[in-house]
Design a protein around this ligand. Structure first.
Ligand SMILES: [Zn+2]
Length: 320
């Protein structure tokens, strides 16, 4: 167990184990009242035990937690929030957009439109998600009974510092970040990552242009010029943040250029994804590659660069 990293007096970050390729997720604890946890890790026993050990090293237990702030509703960030609330009675807070989205994302009604969406963009049946897989992944979130909503622009106090709640959609529709102008600290969740770029995917019933949303979020980080940024995986912090935000913007712009060269003839989203992500991937990886490709295709379509047509029960994209 690595010792928690102090960020500001009384604000500590540490990494919890998660059963995903990134291996760990960053969570933060503020030991000043109200005692606050930011993100929770996934609903797995190993993660829960590690959280309890880290809290113990700060002289705390789960029962002491008074407030839990979730950057977004993905299982690696929100998974233990229901368990924590039942133990401690902590308030759980999330951005308004994400609260609305969670009702759909966590319900069994999510699966069918998701499958139809992927199929309409050419996903072969052998790579289609299964209902059992869907149910298993939902078990990785123990969602709280009651969630309080935050609005973009709200402010809250953490260890005596004023943090502004910023809405930075892209990786999820209602992703929030916390910004302290005074200390120059940005708590970014999965908006900014080291080593890998956050997944930006187009989903059924999601916002129509997640890549456009995300590029705007990155521009905002560049404009903030953070002194230090807490990132959801790896890290837990990176110096600055604007340089990394610009690198990721560049990466997506290059991909948008590359994608246009592939569309010399009309192609379905899945075919394009095989060209954009040529490495061998498991079925779940191929689905992420498809949703990520669709975010890029739709970004160009909504800007009038591409058009799409319904042919033989599926969408084909072509240059205008
Ligand atoms: Zn994550």
């Amino acid at each position: 167990m690595n010792p928690p990293t102090p960020l500001l007096e009384g604000l500590h970050s540490f990494k919890l184990p998660i059963p995903y390729p990134m291996k760990t997720v960053t969570v933060l604890v503020s030991t000043a009242s109200p005692i606050t946890l930011i993100d929770t890790g996934v609903n797995h026993l190993e993660t829960q035990v590690a959280l309890e050990e880290h809290l113990k090293s700060l002289g705390l237990t789960v029962l002491d937690l008074e407030r839990v702030i979730l950057t977004h509703n993905h299982p690696d960030h929100s998974g233990l929030s229901g368990w924590i609330q039942r133990q401690s009675g902590a308030k759980v807070l999330m951005l308004d957009h994400e609260v609305q989205d969670s009702a759909h994302y966590l319900s069994s009604t999510w699966f069918k439109p998701h499958l139809e969406h992927l199929t309409a963009h050419g996903l072969p049946p052998e790579l289609a998600p299964t209902l059992e897989g869907f149910q298993k992944s939902r078990a990785e979130i123990d969602f709280p009974e009651t969630v309080q909503t935050l609005q973009a622009g709200d402010t809250l106090e953490l260890v005596g510092e004023r943090f502004e709640v910023l809405w930075m959609p892209g990786h999820s529709d209602g992703h929030l970040t916390l910004w302290s102008a005074n200390s120059g600290l940005l708590i970014a969740g999965d908006v900014l990552l080291e080593r890998i770029t956050p997944h930006i995917g187009l989903y059924a019933r999601g916002r129509p242009d997640p890549l456009g949303d995300y590029l705007t979020s990155l521009e905002r980080i560049v404009a903030l010029e953070p002194r230090s940024t807490v990132v959801g995986h790896y890290g837990p912090t990176i110096e600055g943040g604007a340089v990394r935000a610009n690198q990721i913007r560049e990466h997506h712009h290059e991909r948008l250029e590359h994608l246009q060269t592939l569309l010399e003839r009309p192609l379905g989203g899945f075919e394009v994804s095989l060209e954009l992500f040529r490495r061998e991937l498991p079925a779940s990886g191929r689905r992420f590659a498809l949703t990520e490709t669709l975010a890029h295709l739709e970004h160009l379509r909504l800007r009038g660069v591409l058009r799409r047509e319904w042919v033989n029960e599926g969408w084909l994209y072509a240059k205008v």
